[in-house]
Design a protein around this ligand. Structure first.
Ligand code: CO8
Length: 378
C-alpha cells in the first residue's frame, strides 16, 4: 500500500504598495503641538478650574527614542496636519467604483502575482486580512477577486496585528488539505483613519501600506525566489490593553460613534512588558518543535511596532551582538503598519538569503495575538 506524502507549500511571491505621501516626526509634532496650544488657549478657563485637562505637548525626541519611528507613509496627508481637522481626508467613492481598500490591495496583489509568475487563472482563493475593513460586506476580498477575474472564493478576516500571519496560516492549511491550489493573501492596512491624532500618546504610531503574498504547492511553483513553509504556529490571549470599540453597535447604544474609545488606544508600557515575553516563548517553542534553535535562523522578519521591543525579543533569543541583517527594521520609515509590518520586512529583505537558509516571520500585538511561520529558502 502506498501513502501519499504531504504536499510542500511555498511562498512564491510578495508585493508591497507604499503610499507616496510621507509625514516626518517633525511635521507631525509641529502640527500636533500647534493644535494642543490652540486647544489649551481656547479652553483656558475650563482648564484653570480643573473641568478639562490641559493637552500635553509631543516631542520628536520622545517618539524616536521610545518607538524607533522617524516617519510614516500615509494614504492622505493634508487633513492629518490641518489643526482644524486632525484626521486624514479620503474621497468618498460611489458604490459602482472600486473601493479604496480593494484598490490598494490590488496594487500589492499585482506585484506579488508578477513576482510569482501567476495570472488570475492560476489563483483560486483570495484572503484579505487586516486590522480593519472599510465595510462589513460585500467582502473586500470578493471585490478584489471580481476585479482581478479570479475563480474560486474570497473572504475577509480581522486579527489586528496578527491578521497577515493568521491569513497566511489559513492559506497554508487550505493548500495542505487540497481545498485550494494557489492563494493570494492581501493586507490593505489603512490605519490612519483609526488614529486619534489629538492624542499625544498614540498620534505618531501608525502608517498606511498594502502587502500581498502568493502561496501555492511546490509542484506548481516556477518562481526564481521561493520559500518552503516548514511550519505555522498561532497563539491568542485575551487582553483589553490594546483596543478599539469602533463598530456597528454605536448606532444603537446612543454613544458618540467617534468618542475616544472608538479609536485605537492602548496601555503601551503594559503591552510592551506583557507581549515581549509571550513572543519570546512562542518563537522559542515554535523553533524547538522543528528541532531548531534561534541561532539556526538566518533572518527574523518581526512585527514592526517598537524597535526597543524587537531588540529586547531578539536579545533574549540570541543574546548580545546580533547583526543588523538578522533582524531587519522597516519601522523607522513606515511606522507601525499593523499586520503588514513583518510582511514588508520579508518582502524587502529576503532576496539575498542562500538556498537552505531558515527564516521566520512573526507578528505580535493586539488580541493579544502571536503568529509565526518558519521558512526555508528553496
Ligand atoms: N511626546 C512626549 N511625551 C510623551 C508622548 C509624546 N508623543 N507620548 C507619551 N509621552 C509621555 C507619557 O505621557 C509619559 O509621561 P508620564 O511619565 O508623565 O506619565 C511618558 O512619556 C512615558 O510614556 P510611556 O510609558 O507610555 O512611554 P513608553 O516608553 O512605554 O513608550 C510606546 C510608549 C512607544 C507607545 C511604547 O509603550 C510601545 O510602543 N509599546 C508597545 C506597544 C505595542 O506594541 N502595541 C501594539 C500596537 S497595536 C498593533 O500593532 C496593531 C493594532 C491594530 C492597528 C491599529 C491601527 C490604528
Amino acid at each position: 500500500m502506498t501513502t501519499k506524502s504531504s504536499p510542500k507549500i511555498v511562498i512564491s511571491g510578495s508585493g508591497v504598495w507604499t503610499p507616496s505621501n510621507v509625514i516626518t516626526n517633525e511635521e507631525l509634532v509641529e502640527s500636533y503641538n500647534a493644535y494642543a496650544e490652540k486647544f489649551n488657549s481656547d479652553h483656558a478657563s475650563d482648564i484653570a478650574v480643573g473641568k478639562i485637562e490641559k493637552k500635553p505637548l509631543s516631542s520628536v525626541r520622545f517618539i524616536e527614542k521610545t518607538s524607533g519611528i522617524k516617519a510614516r507613509y500615509v494614504y492622505a496627508k493634508e487633513g492629518i496636519l490641518d489643526i482644524d481637522r486632525m484626521r486624514p481626508k479620503f474621497p468618498e467613492r460611489k458604490e459602482e467604483e472600486l473601493s479604496i481598500q480593494a484598490e490598494i490591495g490590488i496594487f500589492a496583489a499585482r506585484k506579488a502575482m508578477a513576482a510569482a509568475g501567476k495570472t488570475a487563472a492560476d489563483i483560486d482563493a483570495v484572503i484579505v486580512a487586516g486590522a480593519y475593513t472599510q465595510r462589513a460586506y460585500p467582502a473586500i476580498a470578493i471585490e478584489i477577486q471580481n476585479e482581478l477575474g479570479i475563480d474560486g472564493f474570497g473572504f475577509d478576516m480581522l486579527v489586528a496585528c496578527s491578521a497577515a500571519t493568521f491569513g497566511l496560516h489559513r492559506a497554508y492549511d487550505s493548500l495542505k488539505s487540497g481545498s485550494t491550489k494557489c492563494v493570494l493573501a492581501i493586507n490593505p492596512e489603512l490605519n490612519t483613519p483609526q488614529v486619534n491624532f489629538c492624542d499625544r500618546d498614540s498620534h505618531f504610531i501608525f502608517g498606511d501600506v498594502s502587502t500581498a503574498i502568493i502561496m501555492e504547492r511546490s509542484e506548481t511553483c516556477t518562481s526564481p525566489n521561493s520559500y518552503e513553509i516548514l511550519s505555522t504556529k498561532a497563539l491568542t490571549r485575551f487582553s483589553n490593553n490594546i483596543r478599539s470599540n469602533f463598530g456597528h453597535l454605536s448606532y444603537v447604544t446612543d454613544v458618540d460613534p467617534f468618542g475616544w474609545d472608538k479609536f485605537f488606544h492602548q496601555s503601551g508600557r503594559i503591552v510592551f512588558e506583557e507581549v515581549s515575553p509571550i513572543a519570546v516563548k512562542h518563537i522559542s517553542e515554535h523553533l524547538a518543535s522543528l528541532d531548531l534553535k534561534p541561532r539556526d535562523v538566518k533572518r527574523f522578519w518581526l512585527h514592526q511596532a517598537n524597535i526597543n521591543m524587537n531588540n529586547m525579543v531578539i536579545k533574549q533569543l540570541l543574546g548580545k551582538d546580533v547583526e543588523e541583517e538578522t533582524i531587519p527594521t522597516i519601522l523607522d520609515r513606515y511606522g507601525n503598519t499593523a499586520s503588514a509590518g513583518s510582511i514588508i520586512a520579508f518582502h524587502l529583505y529576503n532576496n539575498d538569503l542562500k538556498k537552505g537558509a531558515i527564516g521566520m516571520i512573526c507578528s505580535f500585538g493586539a488580541g493579544y495575538s502571536v503568529g509565526s511561520l518558519v521558512l526555508r529558502k528553496r
